[in-house]
Design a protein around this ligand. Structure first.
Ligand code: FCB
Length: 451
């Protein structure tokens, strides 16, 4: 068997990922305005035990230590997100220089440590002022995002090569405005669809604004894609699988990469789709050429037709299957299926896996976390990734989620995804066994020194 590290090119990008609200804390410092996640988490019953990101893991003050952790692991890239409410506390208008200065220091710190910064401009923390004006279901929010993107690109563009506009618009739109389990906690199907279109538009409007005057800029967007399969092979559940693949994957891939919404999904959602949502020219804007596609992969959905004859509803089937602490099926082959689908059905585009990882019930014992289950998870997914590359899929990088244990949205601090353990009382950081394993792999692969 070829060693895993030998299966990736020396130029392959090895990184770790985080996001602003999940790690920064300091939510009222240096002029930061409130975001929808501050508001949502502060309302009782929305997050596990009422946890909030007020302190998170205090990265705002400990960023230099965290950069040192990435450097010591030997990783070449760090994906983080920029908090829009730190840059424009009201979501539009005046820029808060102290907010920009924070990311300026972070970017310089990363570069001094030989780590390439990979910022994402929107990882769900919409300024509350914009939500008060209607949020993502309002077209105007897309315009505001493009302005904000330009402000950040002007400030940091001399040092940033890879830009990601959005993280997982599916979650922002459908969990935030449809299911209501993420901020802003609305349960309005039409608003969720409108939000998804305006997120796409925000991406499309931002791409040229980031590129302007920066011919080297590489701009992409990150989508969360799922493997989807029918509950059995009788054919009875195929339509359920088509629907879920349509809504979770193709509704996002098609406009960005093909410049159209999938016809079958348009039919599925016709009764909820607001009239006049898609204006002439929107799809051409959204279809702006991108330099890379970011894919976040976590699991597979197995689906079945609703129990009632003729019912369109879909049921998510619980398989008796190994799971992470989040209850998600551990399904490495699904990553291969997702990559094969993108490769087969869309024009060629370089891919980066911008998130992949797992929560487990880690125990810190005698100063150590021996998270063999996380190592197995990473190893199995990376081996599937190497197979996909061998099969011709153009994957150029991989970012493990996450550098640190952090605020896992509605799950609060209950789920630990970090390669580095954080004691949430003392905020002390302790690299887990998986961090060492991953760092060694990245180092061996980049230098091709084999043990
Ligand atoms: C993804 C999010 C990320 C993290 C992981 C576990 O959907 O992008 O912030 O919460 O899931």
């Amino acid at each position: 068997m070829t060693e895993l590290s030998e299966r990736f090119d020396p130029g392959f990008v090895w990184g770790v990922a985080t996001s602003a609200y999940q790690i920064e804390g300091a939510t009222t410092e240096d002029g930061r305005g409130p975001s929808i996640w501050d508001t949502f988490a502060a309302r009782p019953g929305h997050t596990y035990l009422g946890h909030t990101g007020d302190v998170a893991v205090d990265h705002y003050h400990r960023w230099a230590d965290d950069v040192a952790l990435v450097r010591d692991l030997g990783l070449g890239a760090y994906r983080f997100s920029i908090a829009w409410p730190r840059i424009q506390p009201e979501g539009k208008g005046p820029v808060e220089p102290r907010g920009l200065a924070f990311y300026d220091r972070l970017v310089d710190g990363l570069l001094e440590s030989g780590i390439e910064p990979w910022p994402t401009l929107f990882h769900w923390d919409l300024p509350q002022a914009l939500e008060d004006a209607g949020g993502w279901p309002e077209r105007e929010t897309a315009e505001r995002f493009a302005d904000y993107a330009e402000i950040v690109a002007d400030a940091l563009g001399d040092r940033i090569r890879h830009w990601t506009t959005l993280n997982e618009p599916w979650c922002a739109a459908f969990l935030g405005y449809g299911a209501g389990i993420h901020a802003p906690g609305r349960t309005e199907p039409a608003a969720a669809l409108a939000a998804s279109h305006h997120l796409h538009l925000a991406h499309g409007l931002a791409v040229p604004r980031i590129r302007e005057g920066r011919p080297d800029a590489q701009v992409g967007v990150t989508l969360n894609l799922y493997a989807v399969s029918p509950a059995d092979d009788t054919g009875r559940h195929d339509d359920a699988a088509r629907r879920i693949d349509g809504l979770m994957n193709r509704w996002f891939l098609d406009p960005v990469l093909l410049g159209r919404y999938p016809e079958d999904v348009l039919r599925d959602v016709a009764h909820d789709l607001p009239a006049d949502l898609v204006h002439d020219g929107d799809l051409a804007t959204i279809n702006a050429p991108i330099d890379f596609l970011g894919i976040n992969y976590y699991s597979r959905h197995v689906v079945a037709a609703g129990a009632w004859p003729g019912a369109a509803e879909v049921e998510f089937v619980q398989r008796d299957w190994p799971k992470t602490a989040s209850g998600w099926d551990i399904d490495a082959p699904g990553l291969g299926e997702v990559l094969a689908q993108v490769h087969r059905d869309y024009p060629p585009v370089p891919i980066h896996i911008t998130e992949n990882g797992a929560a487990f019930d880690d125990a810190l014992e005698h100063g150590e976390v021996r998270d063999e289950d996380r190592i197995d998870f990473l190893e199995s997914h990376l081996s599937v990734l190497a197979d996909a590359i061998d099969a011709g899929v153009d994957v150029r990088g991989y970012f493990a989620w996450s550098l640190l244990d952090n605020f896992e949205w509605a799950e609060g601090y209950e789920k630990r995804f970090g390669l580095v353990h954080v004691d949430f009382d003392t905020l002390e950081r302790t690299p887990k066994a998986s961090a060492r394993w991953y760092g060694d792999l990245a180092r061996r692969s980049s230098t091709k020194e084999h043990s």
